[in-house]
Design a protein around this ligand. Structure first.
Ligand code: ATP
Ligand code: MN
Ligand code: MN
Length: 303
């Protein structure tokens, strides 16, 4: 069975997703893909996408006029959303009502609002202070070849393995790769963030010509930025199977490590070719991601 079918079990009857308004509106002009095409894509991949986003505080990138007009990152619930739920979370000052989806109908309601990208927290809405995954966001600077980004992801994997942590890789639909580390049981962000920072800094120490871990753009040319800043309370990463609001309608795609070498670029998977790949898959490329029990290593970066 597919992951969503398993998770849903014998729960309440499915809610009906809203009908899309303006289905012929072109959202990807260069690819002549319409809102209907986006809705059809998400409907086809929903059993794969839903477990990635359900029950987590969720941000979306909405593009009401298509990807060549203004798009915006939305994290708070807004008027008119009837199927999308909310979770009230504290913020730097006060609190906000964050978006949460629990079923396909709610996710498709966000598509009705012209959401193209889905970006969950690395925490569940019920336990927003507890990270259940670490994401190392590998961002190649100008002049870095794809094969070097692939090699970097493998080096991150190998170094994580040395401290006893198994990791998983996905294309982002953009230029880079994400290396994702499940934590089970989870850990507070106040421990996860320093770990991620120390880990990134140790990579830079090992390979100072290859990597940077500082956000300053001017230091990045020819190097790969190990962006550990995805690992804080409130930070998000793109969901596996999400579209990206970029030319070509690329998709963030989880891969088996063995398959990474055959991938030609971070945007190799798209709205057009991803559903066929997923239909051929017998199991999630990340295999035992959800069942793995592993915790942060003791003492890493404490010296
Ligand atoms: P690429 O491979 O091209 O870098 P990416 O998804 O990793 O694709 P980044 O720019 O590195 O893109 O961003 C990493 C993550 O930061 C995104 O996946 C997203 O969840 C989050 N993010 C991006 N833009 C914003 C924003 N404007 N506000 C908040 N979070 C954002
Ligand atoms: Mn990135
Ligand atoms: Mn980044």
């Amino acid at each position: 069975t597919r992951p969503a079918a398993r998770a849903r079990g014998k729960a309440a009857p499915a809610r009906t997703p809203p009908e899309l308004s303006s289905p012929d509106k072109v959202l990807f002009p260069g690819d002549t893909l319409t809102k209907r095409d986006v809705g059809d894509y998400y409907t086809r991949v929903m059993d794969w996408l839903l477990p990635e986003i359900a029950g987590r505080p969720l941000s979306v990138i909405r593009c009401p006029g298509g990807i060549d007009s203004a798009c915006f990152f939305q994290k708070h619930h807004t008027a008119g959303m009837q199927l999308v739920e909310t979770v009230r979370l504290k913020e730097e000052s006060g609190a906000g009502d964050y978006l949460v989806v629990t079923d396909a109908a709610a996710a498709l309601e966000l598509v009705q609002f012209n959401a193209l990208e889905f970006h969950p927290w690395g925490a569940q809405a019920k336990t927003p202070d507890t990270a259940d995954r670490i994401v190392f966001d590998l961002d190649p600077g100008d002049g870095v070849a794809w094969t070097e980004t692939v090699a970097a992801a493998r080096q991150v994997r190998d170094l994580l393995a040395r401290v006893g942590m198994e990791s998983f890789v996905r294309t982002t639909g953009g230029k880079g790769l994400h290396v994702v580390v499940p934590l089970n049981p989870g850990a507070p962000w106040t421990r996860v963030k320093p770990f991620a920072q120390a880990f990134a800094q140790s990579l830079v120490q090992m390979e100072p010509l290859k990597y940077v871990a500082t956000a300053t753009k001017k230091f990045r040319a020819g190097k790969i930025f190990i962006d550990y800043l995805r690992n804080g309370r409130g930070a998000t990463s793109v969901a596996s199977f999400s579209l990206r609001a970029r030319s070509g309608a690329p998709v963030a795609m989880p891969l088996r490590w063995e398959d990474l070498g055959r991938v030609k670029s971070g945007d190799a998977w798209t709205l057009r070719n991803a559903p066929a790949r997923l239909a051929r898959l017998k199991a999630h490329p990340w295999g035992r991601f959800g069942d793995l029990r592993q915790v942060l290593p003791e003492g890493f970066g404490d010296d």
